[in-house]
Design a protein around this ligand. Structure first.
Ligand SMILES: NC(=O)c1ccc[n+]([C@@H]2O[C@H](COP(=O)([O-])OP(=O)(O)OC[C@H]3O[C@@H](n4cnc5c(N)ncnc54)[C@H](OP(=O)(O)O)[C@@H]3O)[C@@H](O)[C@H]2O)c1
Length: 336
């Protein structure tokens, strides 16, 4: 009999790839979505759907109990639903931390006997590494997120670890790129228009992971003898920020005009815009001071050796291969 897995946030970028990889590895997949979710990336006929309301622990528990009566026990849950943008700071904590808490408690209340509960957190929950030594962020080090997003992800991690209700794994992926991703697309579109922008004039080092390597790693961990621990995920390489632009340029055969926006004046402008935007709309603008601080941090290198050692395989995609597949997908789907 196939193991049953629930993947929340299944309609999104990483979630839809997790669904595909879980199907590939032989799971009976339940895509956790909400009524408003777009199912364009969930077209495989083998996918079962489960509408969930994370905002209420009681409703969620009723939904999971009803599911259990109809379909039997869930063996695995990957809680991937989350937000990287919010109208206000409370929104991050409500969705990323509060909804995780509701889900864990509702799973317990509905008496699911999980083999593993996986939380998709983020490297942002660690905060950037040392800006002078450029030492990679390590699993053991104290987590010091600098954004509300990172703090809300850490809050979810702390809840899952301290609740200790199910065997758990926390996944801390670095920046993820690949088909269906809209965040990196903005940068690619600018390069396609011959503009190559960077925030800050100083050296900046980053880590990356191609979405298919991330999802293969996460699904493969489910049957491994490891639990109650975290894993940092990257492809293991260190990239200068301009290497990303160079890779995109060479794939798109573009010559660009490089713009390096000094971080300090940009921060002053963004802080003013944020204040005005908040006063007039009550909302946080997409490019806010926290976001600028996070994306312009000098050191986002990380050490993912433990993950690949435990999995006994390596990431399959180089930056060039992953980017080539991504650009091809963007073009085929008229995103570029
Ligand atoms: N992308 C990255 O580089 C990256 C890096 C590290 C960690 N992560 C983490 O990976 C996870 C997935 O990110 P992503 O990049 O794939 O984002 P995404 O494309 O925006 O997908 C987010 C998913 O979460 C669901 N969701 C959001 N708010 C929800 C709510 N209130 N109730 C129920 N479902 C909700 C969305 O459902 P709808 O479709 O209905 O909106 C969507 O399926 C997140 O937890 C994020 O923090 C992402």
């Amino acid at each position: 009999m196939k193991n049953k897995i629930l993947i929340t946030g299944a309609s999104g970028f990483i979630g839809s790839h997790l669904v595909e990889e879980a199907l590939k590895q032989g799971f009976e997949v339940y895509a956790g979505i909400r009524r408003s979710s777009n199912k364009q990336f969930l077209q495989d006929e083998r996918i079962h759907f489960l509408e969930l309301d994370f905002s209420s622990k009681n409703i969620l528990q009723q939904q999971l109990t009803a599911f259990k009566h109809l379909n039997a026990n869930l063996d695995f849950v990957i809680h991937n639903a989350g937000i990287t943008q919010a109208n206000n700071k409370e929104g991050f904590f409500k969705v990323n931390c509060g909804y995780t808490q509701n889900l864990v408690e509702a799973l317990q209340g509905s008496e699911m006997q999980l083999q593993k509960f996986v939380l998709i957190s983020s490297l942002a929950a660690y905060g950037p590494g040392n800006a002078e030594s450029f030492a990679p962020i390590e699993l053991w080090q104290k987590q010091k997120p600098i954004s509300t997003y990172g703090k809300s992800k850490l809050c979810a991690e702390e809840f899952v670890k301290s609740a200790n209700i199910f065997p758990y794994i926390v996944i801390n992926p670095t920046a993820v790129y690949g088909p269906r991703d809209k965040d990196f697309l903005a940068f690619v579109k600018l390069i396609n228009n011959k503009i190559e922008p960077y925030i800050g004039t100083n050296k900046q080092m980053v880590s990356m992971i191609y979405v298919k390597d991330l999802t293969k790693a996460v699904i493969s961990l489910l049957h491994k003898n490891c639990s109650n621990r975290s894993y940092i995920v990257s492809d293991g390489n260190d990239y200068d920020k301009e290497e990303l632009g160079a890779a995109v340029k060479s794939i798109l055969h573009k010559k660009t005009f490089k713009i390096k926006i000094p971080a300090t004046p940009l921060r002053i402008v963004i802080a003013m815009v944020e204040k005005i935007y908040q006063l007039s709309s009550g909302k946080l603008p997409f490019l806010n001071i926290e976001k600028v601080n996070e994306i312009s941090s000098s050191n986002w290198l990380c050490d993912s050796k433990q993950l690949w050692d435990d999995l006994s395989f390596s990431p399959q995609y180089s930056l060039k291969e992953g980017m080539t597949e991504t650009m091809k997908w963007y073009k085929e789907n008229n995103w570029l």
